[in-house]
Design a protein around this ligand. Structure first.
Ligand SMILES: Nc1ncnc2c1ncn2[C@@H]1O[C@H](COP(=O)(O)OP(=O)(O)OP(=O)(O)O)[C@@H](O)[C@H]1O
Ligand SMILES: [Mg+2]
Length: 444
């Protein structure tokens, strides 16, 4: 009996100790949970809070005793309450961000983690991430602002780049224009100088030829008179007449003099063409005859017009054109030179250049210069007017000819077009107004 009593007492003591330890452990855990900065909560499957630690009040402002047994969604802000209800329905562990209303009215962003256990009520934690969210928002805004700035700056730079590219192109064109101007002006000066130098002596010859013709006629007449009245001269004179073949001289001298006349006329014509081509004596625009310009250019190019090259001219009736004749001559010169180059480089069997002119509607004239050369391949047709574009070997072509033509025609308020296909020849069509709208814009 005493033994039983002792056992019971021991048992009671063990139980007492166990309860003491359990109480101590629970107190420690409660204290641990209470001291956490995160909200720890427990609720039932309807979402009614059964436990919350004091971080609840620190975070959201509501007293713990007023909040326990309230549904959690009462504290959730706006449409997020529906998200919470769907979490409750699905009963799946998850972690998500929800907006809560603070007792003072502020909206806070809390990160909710919840666990659903088959043996216990759903429990979890709520961490205040409002500051992090705000920082993220500021970061996002700053990022967007930066991106905007970068984009703006990039587009500014792209635009500046485009402007620079255009400026560079213009500079290259101007440079090309200047080089060509210089070339043409030197050529013009040379041509004008040569023409001037030849002009005086040729006039000298031309002016005196007429006198020489008269003198020769007089002398021959005199000799004839001698022969008439003294048919039997002394033997020395007879020998001299036979020796110099007087009959032949008598017949040939007028012919020689007339061919000299033709030659000097031709030289005078060339000199006048050279002077007209260079037109150095004229400044600004004037009413000019385009046919004269084309003819003068052909004279300049005469050395390249070998007998096998046929030049076909279909000249219409053209009025005088408001233009800078020396510049339009450059256009004809460049196009005709290109045609000659193409015909010669490809050894065309019956080389032909055709020049057609006509007055057309809207007070305009059209000049078409075509050749039956190899044509311009489609892949380069768009580039032939670009300054420095050439298919000729280095040293043969600068690639400026057509670029200059384009600029001159444009400045004359006209258009230049090209029609060409491989093996079909090339056709340049120039359209010019008869009168210029504002002649002052024309380059000097
Ligand atoms: N009638 C033509 N037939 C075939 N190709 C042509 C003709 N006219 C122009 N081209 C092509 O167009 C290119 C550009 O011509 P452009 O007159 O501008 O320069 P280029 O003749 O090469 O050099 P340059 O500055 O000495 O005139 C030529 O290199 C040539 O390939
Ligand atoms: Mg050329």
């Amino acid at each position: 009996m005493r033994e039983l009593d002792t056992k019971n007492e021991l048992h009671t003591q063990i139980q007492y100790r166990l309860i003491e330890k359990l109480t101590e452990s629970e107190r420690r855990h409660r204290e641990l949970v209470e001291n956490l900065r995160e909200i720890v909560f427990e609720c039932d499957y309807q979402g009614q809070l059964t436990f919350i630690n004091k971080a609840w009040t620190e975070t959201l402002g509501y007293p713990v005793q007023d909040s326990v047994s309230q549904p959690l969604d009462k504290f959730i802000h706006g449409p997020d309450a529906k998200v919470w209800q769907s979490v409750l329905r699905q009963q799946k562990d998850c972690c998500l961000e929800l907006q809560f209303s603070h007792q003072q009215g502020d909206i806070l962003c809390l990160e909710l983690s919840i666990r659903f256990s088959p043996t216990a009520k759903p429990s979890g934690s709520l961490i205040n991430i409002t500051e992090r969210k705000q920082a993220e928002l500021i970061l996002k805004q700053t990022n967007e602002l930066l991106e905007d700035r970068v984009q703006k700056r990039t587009s500014e730079l792209t635009q500046a780049n485009q402007e620079l590219t255009i400026a560079l192109q213009k500079l290259q064109q101007t440079q090309g224009w200047l080089i060509q101007q210089e070339k043409m002006s030197s050529l013009g000066q040379l041509v004008a100088g040569v023409a001037h130098e030849i002009n005086n002596p040729v006039n000298f010859i031309h002016g005196n030829l007429l006198h020489v013709q008269h003198y020769a006629q007089d002398l021959l007449g005199l000799v004839q008179k001698y022969q008439q009245y003294y048919p039997n001269p002394v033997s020395e004179i007879s020998a001299e007449i036979d020796g110099i073949d007087f009959d032949f001289i008598q017949a040939d001298l007028p012919k020689t003099l007339s061919s000299m006349q033709t030659g000097s006329d031709r030289i005078r014509q060339i000199v006048s063409s050279l002077r007209n081509f260079s037109r150095l004596d004229e400044a600004g625009s004037k009413a000019a005859d385009l046919h004269e310009g084309i003819e003068n250019t052909l004279v300049i190019l005469n050395h390249r017009l070998t007998s096998d090259i046929e030049i076909v001219k279909h000249y219409g009736t053209l009025p005088l054109i408001d233009c800078h004749p020396a510049q339009l001559n450059q256009v004809f010169m460049n196009i005709l030179t290109n045609a000659l180059d193409a015909l010669q480089a490809h050894a065309v069997t019956t080389p032909r250049i055709t020049i057609c002119t006509a007055a057309i509607a809207q007070q305009q004239v059209r000049i078409v210069i075509s050749d039956n050369g190899p044509g311009i391949p489609a892949e380069i047709r768009d580039r032939i007017f670009d300054p420095f574009f050439t298919t000729k070997p280095v040293g043969d072509g600068t690639g400026l000819g057509l670029g200059i033509c384009y600029q001159i025609v444009e400045k004359h308020q006209g258009q230049i077009q090209v029609k060409s296909s491989a093996d079909q020849g090339t056709e340049f069509i120039i359209t010019l107004p008869i009168t210029l709208e504002n002649a002052a814009t024309l380059p000097a």
